[in-house]
Write a protein that binds this ligand. Structure first.
Ligand code: FO1
Length: 326
């Protein structure tokens, strides 16, 4: 079976761990990772979601932070701060730096982000094909109400320095309108047996992947069932800051509203089915009425067993709805 997953960082990576555990040797997983979290820092191109997926699936991720490397040290970060070099709010780890240096070196040699990703993943036995959503630079910037009116900052500054604590006025996926899908991305969606939207952030992770022209079209056109997993359980985001972003954009913070935000493929949306947590079983009827098949199953990925089970539930829902009749 060919499974294609449109993934952000932490939630998506964990889900894919479960997917790997639920599949067999004849199954192939292609991960299309969000690159709009990416940022230039100290002349280096940093790709948080690509790296989080690569380190998580390659067992190099720090288990507490769920980003960056295990056994990390921060000597370079401290030296940069000693020089008064800004920003000091970004967690630049010594081991992590090697990844950014190799990627940046390849970009300067004229290689693409896809080529750099292929080279980096040779070291990490991820068990999947990891593709950036685009080789063109797309960056999510957030408009907030600053001291002197509207201020636009990089998503990383909003998320790390401000801890997503200020209201969002607008989310801008800078460059998305001219970015092209990276090589293999459209084929991975059109040729999949199942396409999955994991519990990543629907606005700044899956949303930005779908904002790349050609990727949304491929999801609309694929013969594969498209199944999503809610990142919201009850009244809040499981992790990350989906709730603050949704609130800022006037989207109600609930499993149903995120599913309806993605919309049914029958009506031009991207979903055929949506998994909600057992706590949100009441949302199933609303979703079904909107043309999105839905099931309520345990969504918390607490450990390997529950994470694998969530992947099994996702695949069985995909099988149940089968290739849509559209
Ligand atoms: N997240 C933080 O909350 N604080 C950090 O200092 C931080 C540094 C960092 C460095 C490399 C990397 O790959 C990820 C990093 N993240 C950090 C996570 C990053 O902000 C991701 O964009 C989020 O996890 C959202 O996907």
């Amino acid at each position: 079976m060919r499974i294609t997953v449109l993934s952000g960082g932490i939630g998506g990576a964990r889900f894919i761990e479960g997917l790997k555990a639920a599949l067999g040797p004849d199954d192939e997983i292609t991960v299309i990772a969000n690159t709009a979290d990416d940022i230039w820092l100290f002349g280096l191109r940093i790709c948080p979601d690509l790296d989080t997926v690569m380190y998580t699936l390659g067992n190099g991720i720090d288990p507490e932070r769920r980003w960056g490397r295990t056994d990390e040290s921060w000597q370079v970060k401290e030296e940069l701060a000693a020089y008064g070099a800004e920003p000091t709010w970004f967690g630049l780890g010594d081991r992590d730096l090697a990844t950014h240096i190799i990627r940046t070196q390849m970009l300067h040699e004229g290689k693409t982000l896809s080529q750099a990703t292929a080279r980096l993943t040779q070291r990490w036995d991820t068990g999947v094909t990891l593709l950036p959503m685009s080789d063109d630079f797309v960056e999510t910037h957030i408009a907030i109400d600053g001291d002197s009116g509207r201020e636009v900052i990089h998503f990383q500054e909003y998320w790390i320095r401000l801890r997503a604590s200020v209201p969002v006025r607008e989310v801008i996926a800078q460059g998305a309108e001219t970015a092209a899908p990276a090589p293999g991305v459209v084929e991975a969606i059109l040729g999949a047996d199942v396409v999955i939207l994991p519990p990543s952030n629907p606005i700044v992770s899956v949303g930005t992947i779908l904002s790349v022209r050609g990727i949304r079209d491929a999801v609309l056109a694929t013969k594969a069932p498209v199944v999503g997993v809610s990142p919201i359980i009850g009244a809040g985001a499981v992790r990350g800051m989906a709730d603050q972003l949704l609130q800022g954009l006037g989207i109600e913070i609930s499993a149903a509203s995120v599913g309806l935000h993605y919309g049914s493929r029958r009506d031009g949306g991207v979903l055929d089915a949506w998994l909600v947590d057992t706590a949100d079983a009441g949302a199933v009827a609303t979703l079904e009425a909107a043309g999105v098949a839905a099931e309520a199953v345990p969504l918390y990925m607490n450990d390997a067993v529950t994470t694998r089970q969530l992947a099994v539930d996702t695949l069985s829902l995909a099988r149940r709805i089968g290739a849509p009749a559209h």
